[in-house]
Ligand binder design. Structure first.
Ligand code: SF4
Length: 209
């Protein structure tokens, strides 16, 4: 990466979530088998060289000492999705807590496959909430997490368990469209089905206790 590189904006924009902090997949994600096969971030705009360069830069920035620019960008937002791509690393935790404290009017939300990340961030601040992602190929230990879960990718043949702490289901979608012949599920994200404009119309993924 060239030393002089700096993205114009640290946040990335997204038609569904509005804005997000996008992180790399490489060395960051701990994918399940299903996740590896279906990952939305491995194709399209988020997989272009410029996006990958920005994701790397954002990860280093979040591990660094000065996040004032990110605080400035986030403070005017209603909600910011964490790890719009990729996943959070332990090195990011101090700055994510600092960011949420500095922007009390902004809701920080998202999902992670890493139990230790969800446990480190949830319960610390009311404007910071992470769901743990599970799918039919997730290890048993992840299902035992007693906080809020989300399910995805939901494959056509999956039977989603009826669990109270399972908040949102994400049907397998690719390049902005749910794959053909996908049945619906009552907990499906309605933005993925294009029934609503996006997260600010819904807020289900962060309005849990
Ligand atoms: S369920 Fe609602 S808040 Fe969650 S991702 Fe879908 S639209 Fe956004």
């Amino acid at each position: 990466m060239a030393k002089s590189y700096r993205p114009q904006h640290i946040l990335s924009s997204n038609t569904k979530t509005g804005c997000s902090i996008n992180l790399p997949i490489k060395h960051h994600c701990r994918p399940t088998k299903n996740c590896s096969k279906t990952c939305y971030a491995r194709s399209g705009y988020t997989a272009l060289p410029n996006s990958l360069r920005k994701q790397e830069w954002v990860s280093k920035y979040l591990s660094g000492g000065d996040i004032s620019e990110l605080i400035r960008e986030c403070s005017s937002k209603t909600a910011v999705r964490l790890s719009g791509t990729g996943d959070i690393q332990t090195e990011h935790l101090p700055n994510l807590l600092r960011l949420a404290r500095a922007c009390p009017a902004t809701q920080f939300w998202g999902m992670t496959r890493k139990l230790e990340i969800a446990k480190a961030l949830n319960g610390e601040l009311s404007n910071l909430r992470l769901m743990v992602s599970v799918d039919s190929s997730s290890p048993k230990a992840v299902w035992k997490y007693n906080g809020t879960l989300c399910y995805g990718p939901r494959l056509k043949t999956d039977r989603v368990p009826n669990m109270k702490n399972l908040r949102t289901v994400f049907p397998y979608h690719s390049r902005g469209r749910v794959v053909n012949d996908m049945p619906t599920h009552p907990k499906d994200c309605q933005a993925v089905w294009h029934n609503i404009d996006g997260c600010l119309q819904c807020r289900r993924c962060w309005t849990w206790k």
